[in-house]
Design a protein around this ligand. Structure first.
Ligand code: NAP
Length: 313
């Protein structure tokens, strides 16, 4: 059993590290678990992004991993202690709270959860091999990059995210094809109609991806029409996934209130979860904005909420 910590932070993306910077500067000596959540590496989804051009303070852009390395360095500078271990279990029914990692129990007066969300992929080996080489799960992050400009691109999915991503990509691409597995969109009427009215977007419905094609970079996609059985190769420069995200909340099931998709519920405009003293920040509680900067902002809110709550105790 370890000493009782003031704050334990679970998750090491922009939300977790911003919470760490603020709580460390408030002398709360945060202990962070940087697990292997979103993207399979510590640091969250930015670790799987090539260039970040929309994070304020970097007029020339910055690579996702470089940005996370700087943020991590900043949180260590103020004394954040970081353990590179996944958290296996939490017990929020006891005080202090109990966090189990690597078979050991850690105690904390307050906990900030920032375990993020993971983009969904189709699960093809070719998709994985060409990741960041034309395969992206974030049009807002990568769409404006040179390899995609004035090129033909595809977006996979039939929901609002796919419509939004496709419309965003038409600003740079010559043409965007939305590939959806059914003949009916899941997207809201208004988003679907907007996409249909966009002259640069075509719809390939009842169509699935068999393979992403390319050597060094994405060069095409092998598609199959489920109604006709036709299989064909379509030349493209970019393969964007818009098939949704899943929040990394498995270990909190039955312990904290979640919505029907598994996102943690927070109270009003605060970061308070359903258990007093447990706070949530970043994509784990946000299915709407999902940006590095909004995650960082809510990490700051969680730190301030935790600090005020602790001083009231
Ligand atoms: P979503 O609504 O769950 O849609 C996911 C889409 O991906 C569906 O069309 C689904 O196909 C498809 N899909 C899932 N797994 C697939 C697979 N393995 N292979 C092929 N296709 C697959 O997710 P979302 O679009 O990310 O939206 C999530 C939530 O955020 C929604 O509530 C949405 O309204 C909201 N949102 C709102 C806005 C906005 O209003 N501006 C923008 C983005 C998101 P099926 O349809 O066949 O299931």
């Amino acid at each position: 059993m370890s000493q009782e910590e003031d704050v334990i932070i679970i998750g090491s993306g922009p939300a977790g590290h911003t919470a760490a910077i603020y709580t460390a500067r408030a002398n709360l000596r945060p202990l962070m678990f940087e697990g292997f959540y979103a993207g399979g590496v510590a640091g969250g989804q930015l670790m799987t992004t090539t260039e970040v051009e929309n994070f304020p303070g970097f007029p020339e852009g910055v690579s996702g991993p470089d940005l996370m390395a700087s943020i991590r360095q900043q949180s260590e500078r103020f004394g954040t202690r970081i353990l590179t271990q996944d958290v296996e279990a939490v017990d929020f029914s006891v005080r202090p709270f109990k966090i189990t990692s690597d078979g050991k129990d850690y105690l904390a007066k307050a906990v900030i959860i920032s375990t993020g969300a993971s983009a969904q992929y189709l699960g093809l080996a070719s998709e994985k091999r060409l990741m960041n080489r034309g395969v992206s799960a974030c049009a807002t992050c990568d769409g404006a990059l040179p390899p995609f400009r004035n090129k033909d691109l595809v977006v996979i999915g039939g929901g609002d995210s796919a419509m939004e991503e496709a419309m965003y990509l038409t600003r740079f691409a010559s043409k965007v094809s939305i590939v959806h597995r059914r003949d009916e969109l899941r997207a809201s009427k208004i988003m679907g109609e907007r996409a249909k009215e966009n002259g640069k977007i075509e719809f390939l419905l009842s169509t699935v991806v068999e393979e992403v094609l390319g050597g060094e970079m994405v060069e095409g996609v092998r598609l199959k029409n489920l109604k006709t059985g036709d299989v064909w190769d379509k030349p493209i420069a970019g393969f964007f996934l818009g098939i949704g995200h899943v929040p990394n909340t498995k270990i909190f099931e039955g312990k904290l209130d979640m919505d029907d998709k598994g996102y943690l519920r927070t109270k009003g405009r605060s970061t308070f979860t359903s258990v007093e003293g447990v706070f949530a920040a970043g994509d784990v509680q946000d299915s709407v904005y999902r940006q590095a900067i909004t995650a960082a902002g809510s990490g700051c809110q969680a730190a301030i909420d935790a600090e005020r709550w602790l001083s009231e105790q």
